[in-house]
Design a protein around this ligand. Sequence first.
Ligand code: BZD
Length: 841
Amino acid sequence: VEASIPEPQREAWLKHQTSPFKDKDGFEREVVRHVETTLARSLYNCDESAAYAACALAFRDRLILEWNRTQQRQTFADSKRVYYLSLEFLMGRALDNAMLNVGQKDLAKAGLAELGFRIEDVIQQEHDAALGNGGLGRLAACFLDSLASLNYPAWGYGLRYRYGIFKQEIIDGYQVEVPDYWLDFNPWEFPRHDVTVDIQFYGHVVKSTDESGKTVCRWEGGETVKAVAYDVPIPGYDTPTTNNLRLWSSKAASGEFDFQKFNSGDYESSVADQQRAETISAVLYPNDNLDRGKELRLKQQYFWVAASLYDIVRRFKKSKRPWKEFPDKVAIQLNDTHPTLAIVELQRILVDLEGLEWDEAWNIVVNTFGYTNHTVLPEALEKWSVPLIQHLLPRHLQIIYDVNLFFLQSVERQFPNNRDLLREVSIIEESQPKMVRMAHLAIVGSHKVNGVAELHSDLIKTTIFKDFVEIFGPDKFTNVTNGITPRRWLHQANPRLSELIASKTGGKGFLTDLTLLSKLELYVDDKEFRKEWAEIKYANKVRLAKHIKATTGVTVSPSALFDVQVKRIHEYKRQQMNIFGAIHRYLTLKAMTPEERQKQLPRVSIFGGKAAPGYWMAKQIIHLINNVGAVVNNDKDIGDLLKVVFLEDYNVSKAEMIIPASDISEHISTAGTEASGTSNMKFVLNGGLIIGTCDGANIEITREIGENNIFLFGNLAEDVEELRHAHLYGQHTIDADLARVFDEIERGTFGNPQDFAGMVSAVRDHGDYYLVSDDFHSYLETHALVDEAYRDQEQWLTKCITSVARMGFFSSDRCINEYAEGIWNIEPLVVDRDKETAAPK
Ligand code: BZD
């Protein structure tokens, strides 16, 4: 308020108010201005990267003007806001998305052409913003797009990592990790050096009694680190709403140096202090679905959560409302358990700093938070050691113990004398050392808990969180099946298909109401339409074939069936089964006569994905894929019939090229392990079919598109436990075809068998936890069906078109509307430009 310009001077402001460029000329003027001033270059010194920079800055300026107006609008409407707390936002490139969302890509294309550039080349200059590992981070990015596109008042809160997910290089068949320093030039962020929060660590708790005799706790001492806000504007599609993603960066608290240390001659240690502070936001942990319990990770979590809550509370306090109205104005969604400390921090703020009674505060907390679970894998469920929390966050540990005490007391009242139950649901695991179970804390501290696909939501209710359903009742647990944004994953990634769809569904409306895709069913038999559809797929395959040639040196035929598995490498996702299947295909082809071979369908097996640097088995899988490729791709008997390629450094922008070029993609996790999957939705939306297990959202995709349009195989989730038990305690016979594959690996056909001994013995000798052998036969049979189906190109095309027509459900817009209604209780703030005054009072 103090920074607001007084009434008499506002006229001057209004006279000079900036407005975004409106036409091609205006755009060109902005580009030239940025080249000549911001970048200090000229028409004699402007390459594609400078053109990208200037173009991005022109669009950034535009976005920030809308951003400002959006924030004013939301503040003055006093709307309830949702805050999406996620340690990961896997945004990918921003320029193309911004141009499309504000509806000015054509204008920019023409403008850039006049200035001497091809827009495609300019777009390619941008470095991906890769602040995430995989599905969870990309889901957060899709949600931001939907929140803005639907005009919800929403902020994302995350960390501004200096290094995003590492860049993957493949050297001699092995993964090598290279740091991803992406901040050299990032036009999409606005540093807010005036928006900072001091974050405390370590120290101790001082207890005292106030005048009324109440015990008060103060957290004192320790060290302080400064959080600095960086804002990234998030434009909605076809709406002026531009929301905010606020990323926190860590800095030493006392400015550049600790001057005391500096003056006393301890220069080195003052520099070290500063570096230690900056380390907090330095790097994204590259593990997906694995909890490693590292102290720095806990520091990251608290740093980010404390800064975000301070910011949220500060915004609420400006409204001067009573605390009990906090949940009427604020909804906070926890993207997995990573931000669970926010629950404890809000309780601390309310009780220790604002003086509320425990119960009143706790009521507010529970009504504010919602928790989304993304996994049932035991190794991924977060736990933090009690001594570590005690050391780093002593007051928070006390609060966790109190929350647990009151919770267990209520359980005891509800289910008397059930010690087993108390032990099972306790937030504290009585191990050595004791551990805090973050999922339990998140459940107890939230009013809603959701899974991300129907099967997954059922599984959490019947397995890992079963007891909590008994305690809290079933209504606290709900399902919100994941979705994807059709703006990025259709319109941006596959512009020709998007245009064709628009021409048949009555314009671009399907991009904001994806159920309009159903109109395509009317054209399934339309000859012209089918021809064009097929041409687009082919052109996308040609583009991918060129990329494969350029990056791997392997020539692939765009007429072959493209079989794609791109996702993080994980045993539960079973890339090992896929490569074993490819080896089996190779052996089968080798055993054929040349005449027989002639009759076979050519195939390209395409893999991509990163392995966590410490995940030895995942790295072995990558190595085997590359070695199989080296043998198969150079075998004269095989030629085009089989190629196996591993595409380096799979990321969002590679996905945008690979997904539209797929004929069949693999979503083959052990049943019950993949919470949802979202790439399955992306592939089908782009006119590719999928082969998959009855797992995650595959099941709902099947229900929507029809079981004739998907290739399902393998054991069901309900049978997994029994099979695992049988492997360990009964006899375990390996599938005969798989045994042949193992023999071949052990003969050294694909390099030193020792290099793959772990992969083979996991299946053969160590219980085959992921059921590769159990599902192998059904997998091969189903791939034979895929071959057969692909031979009938007309039928195949019908399946593809029909599937796309039935994918309306999987938009992240539907998903966000479900969260808004069922969990957040928020409403969109519709923009009425005519009613808006230029400047609010
Ligand atoms: O979340 C994924 C699940 O595995 C997918 O099934 C699901 O579709 C998506 C979105 O709901 N989980 C992750 O991607 N998890 C992580 O990346 C992760 C990262 C850090 C720590 C733990 C998990």
